[in-house]
Ligand binder design. Structure first.
Ligand code: F6R
Length: 616
C-alpha cells in the first residue's frame, strides 16, 4: 500500500519523484503528492486526489520550484477518503516541514487528542498528519531534524514507513521504518529512498535494505542508518537484478498483458541455477542444512490471495514427492488459530512483494514458535525474505499490474523446486522419477509459450461474455486451485461475481446456482494421468450441462471425450499431472484481462486494490 520516494542530489527532484511514483503507482493509486525544498529555501508541495496523472496535470498547470531535495507519495487510503486534503505530504512546523507515511499508526487517536489539547489544528482525517504535527513540535523544540524524527518514531505504534524533509535543512531526507518497507538507492552525488527498488531503478542498481526499527538520513554524499536509539548500524548492500526496462510497459497496451507474455521467462528464470545434471539443487535451501530439512515432518504454507492458491497447487506435488504433509493457511488467519508448529515444521511463506503484512506477521509468529521458515519471494530487499531463515527468490522480474500473473507461475515453480529438493534429501522419490519431474519442469516455459496462442480465441469468448454477471470455475485435484485463481482474477479485474469450486463439491450445494446460460469454466484433468478423475469431471460437466450451464472446458488437445459435452473447448498442450496448472491458468488470466478490457476497465489498476498490502 502507498508508494514512497525520497530524493536528494543534483537533479530536479520533481522529475525524479514523479518517475519513481509512476513505478510505484501499483502500490496505491487513489491520490498522490510531492514536496520539494526549492532554491528559495522554502518548502513547496502539490497533491491531488486520483491517479498520478492528476498530480502531473496539476504540476503542469501550476509548476512548483525546481529543488533538488524532495519526497513523493502515492496513496491507498486507510484513514480518511481519497481527497486532495487527505493526500500526502502532510505538513508541520507551520508549513516548513513535509512528511509522508505508509502503514497505519495505531495510536494515532491518543496522539491526536494530546495534540488537539495543545491547540494543534489538523487539516486532514489521516493518521499520518499526526506524525507530521508531532514532528513539527519536536523540530520547533530541537531545531534538529534527525533528533526530532527519532523522538517521533519512538512514540508511534503500528506499522509505518515515514519520510520527512524540513526547509531549514535542505539536502537532507530522513526516513524510518517499522513493519513497512523502505530501501535505499545509492548514487554518485545523489541518494534515493523508496518503498521498493523500482522507485530508483532508473538511476541506480546499488541498494541497501533497511532493517526493522531503523532510521536513515540521506544527503547527496552520505547515507547513515541507525536504530531508533541513534546507534549506527551496518547494512548489507545488494545489487538490484532487475533492469529499468523490466519495470516499463514498453510497447504493450497494459502491464498485465506484458506480464502474461513474460510467463515462460518467469518459469525459466526461476529454474535457472537450481537444476544441475538433471536434478534439483537449490543453493538457498542448502543454507538451511540437509539435516534440518531431512527432519522436517510437516510443511505449512502461509500466504494470501493468488500466492495462497499457488501454495495450494504446490501441496499436491510436495506431498507426493517428499511425503510430508503440507497444508496452506491464509496468512491473516494463521496467528489467530493457535497453530500447531514445532521445530520440525517448515513454514513456507509465499509473497510476490515480500511485504504483505499478513504474511510477514505469520512468518514472525512461526519463528516465535520455533519453526524453520523459508520465504518464496519475488522482490529483492523485501522484508519477508529478510525475516526468514532462507529465501528462495522467484525470478519473475518486476510485476507491476496489480493482479498477479507471472509471479503465480513462478511461485508454483519455486514450490516444485522445494518439493524436489526435499525429496532428494529425504530419499522419498527415486532419482529416475526426480529427473522425470525436472524434465517436465524444464519443458514448462515452451508449453506456456504455446498456450499463449489461445489468446485470440479467449478474447473472442470474453467479448461475447462482456455482459455476463456471474461465472463459475470448476476443477479437481491441482485443477481446483486453478478454478479458485480463475475466479479471483475475474472478480478483481472485471468486477464480476465469480466462484471457484472443487468439481466434486458441486453436488453438495453450489449446483443450485446453475441456471440456463450460466458460463462455467471446467478444468479437465488429462485421462492419461487418471482415467477415473477424468471420467468424474466429464460426469460433472454433464450434470451442469443438463441444467443449462454453458460449459467452457479447458482440456488437453488430444482429449476428444470432452468435445460432445462442452460448448467451447480451449485446447492445451499435454503436460504431466502436476504441471497442468502452470499451463491451465494462462487462458483464465487472459480471459479475465480481456473481459475487463471489453468492459472498458483499467486492467492494471483495478478499483479499491493495491498491489502490496502492507496493512493488516
Ligand atoms: C491477486 C493478487 C493478490 C496477491 C496477494 C498477496 O491477483 O495479486 O491476491 O496475490 O495480495 O500478495 P503478495 O504475493 O505480494 O504477498
Amino acid at each position: 500500500m502507498c508508494g514512497i520516494v525520497g530524493y536528494v542530489g543534483n537533479r530536479e527532484a520533481v522529475g525524479v519523484l514523479l518517475g519513481g511514483l509512476k513505478r510505484l503507482e501499483y502500490r496505491g493509486y487513489d491520490s498522490a503528492g510531492v514536496a520539494v525544498i526549492g532554491p528559495d529555501a522554502a518548502l513547496h508541495t502539490a497533491k491531488k486526489a486520483g491517479k498520478l496523472a492528476m498530480l502531473r496535470n496539476e504540476l503542469a498547470e501550476h509548476p512548483i520550484a525546481a529543488g533538488v531535495t524532495g519526497i513523493g507519495h502515492t496513496r491507498w487510503a486507510t484513514h480518511g477518503g481519497p481527497t486532495d486534503v487527505n493526500a500526502h505530504p502532510h505538513l508541520g512546523d507551520e508549513g516548513k516541514l513535509a512528511l509522508i507515511h505508509n502503514g497505519i499508526i495505531e495510536n494515532f487517536a491518543d496522539l491526536k487528542n494530546e495534540l488537539l489539547a495543545q491547540g494543534v489544528e489538523f487539516d486532514s482525517e489521516t493518521d499520518s498528519e499526526v506524525a507530521a504535527k508531532l514532528l513539527g513540535l519536536e523540530y520547533a523544540r530541537t531545531k534538529d531534524l534527525r533528533a526530532a524524527f527519532r523522538a517521533v518514531v519512538g512514540r508511534l505504534t503500528g506499522a509505518f514507513t515515514l519520510l520527512a524533509v524540513h526547509q531549514d535543512e535542505p539536502g537532507v531526507v530522513v526516513g524510518a521504518r517499522r513493519n513497512s518497507p523502505l530501501v535505499i538507492g545509492l548514487g554518485e552525488g545523489e541518494n534515493f529512498l523508496g518503498s521498493d527498488v523500482a522507485a530508483f531503478i532508473e538511476y541506480t542498481r546499488q541498494a541497501l535494505a533497511i532493517g526493522q526499527d531503523q532510521m536513515v538520513v540521506i544527503t547527496p554524499d552520505s547515507v547513515t542508518v541507525t536504530d531508533f536509539d541513534g546507534n549506527v548500524v551496518e547494512v548489507e548492500p545488494f545489487e538490484v537484478q532487475w533492469d529499468a526496462s523490466a519495470a516499463d510497459k514498453g510497447g504493450w497496451s497494459s502491464f498485465m498483458l506484458k506480464e502474461i507474455t513474460e510467463e515462460p521467462d518467469a518459469v525459466a528464470n526461476t529454474l535457472r541455477e537450481r537444476l544441475h545434471d538433471g536434478d534439483v539443487v537449490v543453493p538457498e535451501l542448502e543454507a538451511l542444512g540437509d539435516d534440518i530439512l531431512a527432519g522436517i515432518d510437516r510443511i505449512t504454507v502461509v500466504a494470501a490471495g493468488t500466492a495462497a492458491y499457488a501454495g495450494l497447487v504446490g501441496t499436491y506435488a510436495i506431498e507426493a514427492w517428499a511425503r510430508v504433509p503440507v497444508d496452506v493457511q491464509l496468512a491473516h488467519e494463521f496467528r489467530y488459530r493457535d497453530p500447531i508448529v514445532t521445530p520440525t515444521t517448515l513454514v513456507v511463506s509465499i509473497s510476490q512483494s515480500g511485504e504483505t503484512m499478513d504474511t510477514l506477521m505469520a512468518v514472525k509468529h512461526a519463528r516465535e514458535l520455533g519453526a524453520k521458515t523459508v520465504s518464496i519471494c519475488n522482490t529483492q530487499g523485501a522484508t519477508i525474505p529478510r525475516e526468514s531463515d532462507a529465501a528462495l527468490y522467484t525470478h519473475a522480474g518486476p510485476e507491476v499490474a496489480v493482479a498477479s500473473t507471472k509471479a503465480f507461475v513462478a511461485q508454483i515453480t519455486a514450490l516444485y523446486l522445494l518439493g524436489l529438493h526435499l525429496a532428494r534429501i529425504k530419499k522419498t522419490l527415486p532419482t529416475g522419477e526426480r529427473r522425470a519431474m525436472v524434465a517436465e519442469l524444464e519443458a514448462v516455459p515452451a508449453k506456456i509459450q504455446k498456450t499463449l496462442a489461445v489468446h485470440d480465441r479467449v478474447r473472442q469468448l470474453a467479448h461475447w461474455m462482456a455482459d455476463t454477471r456471474s461465472v463459475l470455475f470448476l476443477g479437481r485435484h491441482v485443477g481446483y486451485p486453478i478454478a479458485l485463481e480463475g475466479a479471483l482474477k475475474l472478480k478483481e479485474l472485471a468486477y464480476i461475481h465469480a466462484e471457484g469450486f472443487a468439481a466434486g463439491e458441486l453436488k453438495h450445494g453450489p449446483i443450485a446456482l446453475i441456471e440456463p446460460g450460466l458460463p462455467v469454466f471446467v478444468i479437465v484433468p488429462s485421462p492419461r494421468h487418471s482415467e477415473e478423475m477424468h471420467r468424474k469431471v466429464i460426469s460433472n460437466i454433464q450434470e451442469i450441462r443438463a441444467r443449462g450451464a454453458r460449459v467452457i472446458a479447458l482440456a488437453e488437445q488430444a482429449d476428444a471425450a470432452v468435445l460432445p459435452f462442452a460448448d467451447e473447448v480451449i485446447a492445451l498442450p499435454l503436460a504431466g499431472k502436476f504441471f497442468e496448472p502452470l499451463i491451465g491458468v494462462i487462458p483464465l488470466q487472459i480471459f479475465a484481462m480481456e473481459l475487463a478490457a471489453a468492459k472498458g476497465l483499467d486492467v492494471d489498476q483495478p478499483r479499491n486494490l493495491a498491489k502490496s498490502v502492507t496493512v493488516e
